[in-house]
Design a protein around this ligand. Structure first.
Ligand SMILES: Nc1nc2c(ncn2[C@@H]2O[C@H](COP(=O)(O)OP(=O)(O)OP(=O)(O)O)[C@@H](O)[C@H]2O)c(=O)[nH]1
Ligand SMILES: [Mg+2]
Length: 243
């Protein structure tokens, strides 16, 4: 039986670790030797909505890993715009060792939400962020900081305080991790719980709610003694990596 699916964009500057993260999420493996993503690469994670409850149901989460090569030139942005249709959620990825990559998340999100242009077509934000631009945003967002392993112990507090503010700006939960180790997303960990909550939210917005009102009841309960399926992933699905 075909599963319902949702589309989640994975956005951020080139080199922050988007492909590494997606590989971890979908293949449950560390990506050995990543190269630049050209265009977009799609991979799929199998997610159990409300796992362990009577409403549990399995969905495909399509993760659209958009190459982060710089470009706010209209031609580059227009090329990326084809990936921004019918999006159900966005994972914003930044490199904890690189402040600029954090700042640029404002631009990435505004670009994907198509709010970065004034009526004149001029870019409204030059890195300056206006909270109001997100006031009516309904799309679930998640902020993920990578390369936690590269932050010296003594600087962690400062860096993590900064990223907490960043996530607050987006009204999003945040996860900070090292994409070169599986343990950061281990089943049952607080990161895994946050991730699962985010995907549940994306599914709810897509399938169960419109403008805050329920449009479709959650699926009927499963028979008692449902499957054990924590953090399952499906390999090699979707159009596959483009590299
Ligand atoms: N130490 C460390 N290295 C990481 C981490 N995440 C990613 N990297 C490395 O950072 C480099 C870039 O990672 P990618 O996953 O290719 O980055 P990307 O965001 O997909 O880049 P583009 O495809 O160009 O947009 C690779 O060498 C990764 O191995 C991390 O958490 N810790
Ligand atoms: Mg990539």
């Amino acid at each position: 039986m075909a599963l319902d699916r949702v589309k989640v964009l994975v956005l951020g500057d080139s080199g922050v670790g988007k492909s590494s993260l997606v590989h971890l999420l979908c293949q449950n493996q560390v990506l050995g030797n990543p190269s630049w993503t050209v265009g977009c690469s799609v991979d799929v994670r199998v997610h159990d909505y409300k796992e362990g409850t009577p409403e549990e149901k399995t969905y495909y989460i399509e993760l659209w890993d958009v190459g982060g090569s710089v470009g706010s030139a209209n031609s580059v942005k227009n090329t990326r715009a084809v990936f921004y249709n019918a999006v159900n959620g966005i994972i914003l990825v930044h490199d904890l060792t690189n402040k600029k990559s954090s700042q640029n998340l404002y631009r990435w999100s505004l670009e994907a939400l198509n709010r970065d242009q004034g009526p004149t077509g001029v870019l409204v934000t030059g890195g300056d962020y206006d909270r109001e631009q997100f006031a009516d945003n309904q799309l679930p967002l998640l902020v993920i900081g990578t390369k936690l392993d590269q932050i010296p112990e003594g600087k962690r507090h400062e860096v993590l305080t900064r990223t907490a503010f960043l996530a607050e700006d987006f009204n999003a939960e945040e996860i900070n991790l090292d994409c070169t180790h599986l343990r950061y997303l281990a089943a049952g960990s607080s990161n895994a719980v946050k991730l699962s909550r985010f995907f549940d939210k994306v599914i709810e917005k897509r399938y169960f709610f419109r403008d805050g009102a329920q449009v479709r009841p959650p699926s009927p309960p499963r028979p008692a003694g449902g499957r054990q399926s924590a953090g399952r992933r499906r390999g090699g699905a979707g159009p596959g990596p483009t590299r």
